[in-house]
Write a protein that binds this ligand. Structure first.
Ligand SMILES: [Zn+2]
Ligand SMILES: [Zn+2]
Length: 258
């Protein structure tokens, strides 16, 4: 019996190692490509702007999330203009964070970069997403929170994938912005949140995260993509329980809920 379990474990371990090695390989190839294409726009391969990985036209044409709820970043259709203070959902059930800064919508070519980053561990795609987010967060002169907490993958999931994308983004972003980077722990894997009400999602994710250190008053939480906002809401709740009193949610791109 014990021997069987041991065998099963070792096969599982081998699959994990293979996945890890193939992830490392993709990262290596990607790194080579990055240096093979200096001065080229990441989206159209035309000439890039000086000091940037994109050209002016591609940057302008990205799916910017300009008309959105300032609390949850839910995009609204219609002409770009002033951000809407709170959408109906936020008025009915306010999330744990007081504002959301999500500069882009989750559609191509941003979605393609996110997929490359998330599933192939592409550092070139990661660097592009990181620069887009950093640029958006630092324009406008807002005072930045003191610390950054990224949504953690469940340990087993991180081991299987060999790569934790929010941690990759978070540690680099915190360093670039001069913020403290604080790790949270995910206590359990959580199923998909689609199709549930905000209250149901909140119940589903209750106590999913814990932060083992006491937080400064003002904190930003980060995920690569914000979908329903439920995961960030749960992490924000853990931040409030760990001593923060102002939490804002950051992500690169927003998937519309409706
Ligand atoms: Zn371009
Ligand atoms: Zn909202």
């Amino acid at each position: 019996m014990n021997g069987k379990i041991g065998k099963r474990r070792s096969i599982k371990g081998m699959i994990g190692t293979e996945r890890y090695l193939s992830t490392r390989f993709v990262m290596l190839v990607d790194r080579c490509l990055r240096y093979a294409l200096p001065g080229r726009c990441a989206f159209c391969l035309g000439a890039a702007m000086e000091g940037a990985p994109w050209c002016r036209q591609c940057l302008d044409e990205l799916p910017w999330n300009r008309t959105a709820c300032s609390r949850c970043a839910e995009p609204f259709s219609g002409p770009a203009g002033e951000p809407i203070k709170s959408c109906g959902a936020c008025l009915r059930e306010p999330p744990s964070f007081v504002r959301a800064r999500v500069p882009l919508c989750y559609s191509d070519p941003v979605a393609a970069q996110v997929q490359r980053f998330k599933f192939s561990a592409s550092p070139r795609a990661g660097a592009i997403l990181l620069s887009l987010l950093q640029g958006a967060l630092t324009t406008g002169g807002d005072v930045l929170p003191e610390a950054l907490v990224a949504v953690p993958l469940h340990e087993q999931r991180a081991r299987e994938r060999g790569f934790d994308q929010a941690d990759w983004l978070g540690s680099r972003l915190a360093q670039r912005l001069g913020m403290r980077y604080i790790k949270a722990r995910r206590l359990r894997s959580t199923p998909t949140q689609r199709g549930l009400s905000r209250e149901q999602r909140r119940a589903n994710l209750k106590s999913a995260f814990v932060i083992d250190t006491s937080l400064p008053a003002s904190v930003a939480i980060l995920d690569d993509v914000m979908t329903t906002g439920a995961t960030l809401d749960a992490l924000g709740q853990a931040c409030l329980e760990a001593g923060a009193d102002h939490v804002e949610a950051w992500a690169v791109a927003r998937t519309p809920m409706h």
